[in-house]
Design a binder for this molecule. Structure first.
Ligand code: GLN
Length: 304
């Protein structure tokens, strides 16, 4: 398959789009991003990279980081993770509080903010410095020592993250956080602020396309069973309340973030990511969605 030709064509097509949505203005540090930016990268399990546009420019990965923290939690706690977090789609926005009240502080899934806060709380237990450990984990997966937190974005979220603060306190009130809300939130805001490029993300996610073994960094990150499960939850919950639309248009397990990135997996073949800062009402990048839709259309490959 000539992936380079395909992604070159996709870039040309998406760049014609006039409707590009809006940058995430509820996080002031992200609001000023240039909506003209677009990048895309493919990494295959046999080690090939294909890039187009700004595929090597790093951006704020935001909720995509929830996949890394969940992977760490599955490594440490395996099935026990599901005692404190559900695995059902929520059908609500990523930062919604409503279900938590009647579901007694057990978030629906690990990919909504509430779920990610509980996952972060879990892995705080086994780490003296979780921010460092998470950074090493992600740098290792991407083999890129330059990956870093963006302190300005983390600060900006901390200053304005009223909903996340509410979520953490609310979950704590149900007894489903062991650590102090402010400690969990500090790691949470930092994980969202991780700066990575499309190329870093495609390389880092390759273990999910290869039964948990990264052919890029040569590590068994999760076992095959855990990998199958994580991918299933990505398919049902990776794009918040727009997961059905993504399944319909793209048909792959994937994860988005309000920085404008989306990563998707084709099991047994590759990881593909796209980035452009303009978001739709669900908080997903308009152009990245379009690019992934065209990718499965032009390649003809899908999990279905
Ligand atoms: N940092 C963002 C928030 O907590 C992450 C949300 C996202 O990417 N969907 O609101």
């Amino acid at each position: 398959m000539n992936y380079q030709e395909i992604i070159d064509r996709i870039e040309q097509e998406v760049q014609q789009e006039t409707h590009r949505g809006k940058a995430a203005n509820y996080i002031p540090a992200l609001a000023l991003q240039d909506l003209g930016k677009f990048g895309m990268a493919v990494h295959t399990i046999d080690g090939q990279d294909f890039v187009v546009g700004r595929a090597e420019e790093s951006f704020s990965i935001q909720s995509i980081a929830k996949v890394f923290t969940l992977s760490m939690a599955m490594q440490q706690f395996d099935e026990l993770v599901w005692k404190r977090v559900g695995k059902e789609p929520s059908g609500t926005r990523f930062n919604s509080l409503v279900q938590l009240e009647y579901e007694s502080g057990i978030p629906r899934n690990p990919f909504m903010n509430a779920g990610a806060l509980v996952i972060t709380d879990m892995i705080l237990k086994n780490s003296e410095n979780l921010k460092n450990d998470l950074l090493s984990f992600v740098r290792g997966l991407s083999d890129n020592q330059y990956i870093a937190y963006n302190e300005e974005v983390a600060r900006s979220e901390k200053e304005t993250g009223y909903r996340n603060v509410a979520l953490a306190n609310f979950i704590k009130s149900f007894g489903n956080l062991n650590n102090k809300p402010e400690d969990v939130l500090d790691v949470y805001f930092h994980q969202c602020s991780l700066q990575m490029s499309c190329l870093d993300l495609s390389r880092a996610f390759i273990y999910l396309a290869n039964r948990g073994f990264s052919t890029f960094c040569h590590k068994q990150v999760l076992n095959p069973r855990q990998t199958k499960r994580l991918n299933s939850i990505l398919l049902t919950s990776g794009l918040y309340d727009a997961v059905g639309d993504f399944a319909y248009r793209v048909g792959l397990p994937g994860k988005s973030g309000v920085g404008g990135g989306i990563v998707a997996i084709i099991p047994g073949q590759l990881a593909v990511s796209a980035w452009s800062p303009g978001l739709n009402e669900s908080g997903n990048s308009v152009l990245a969605l379009k690019a992934l839709e065209l990718f499965t259309t032009y390649t003809g490959i899908s999990v279905f």
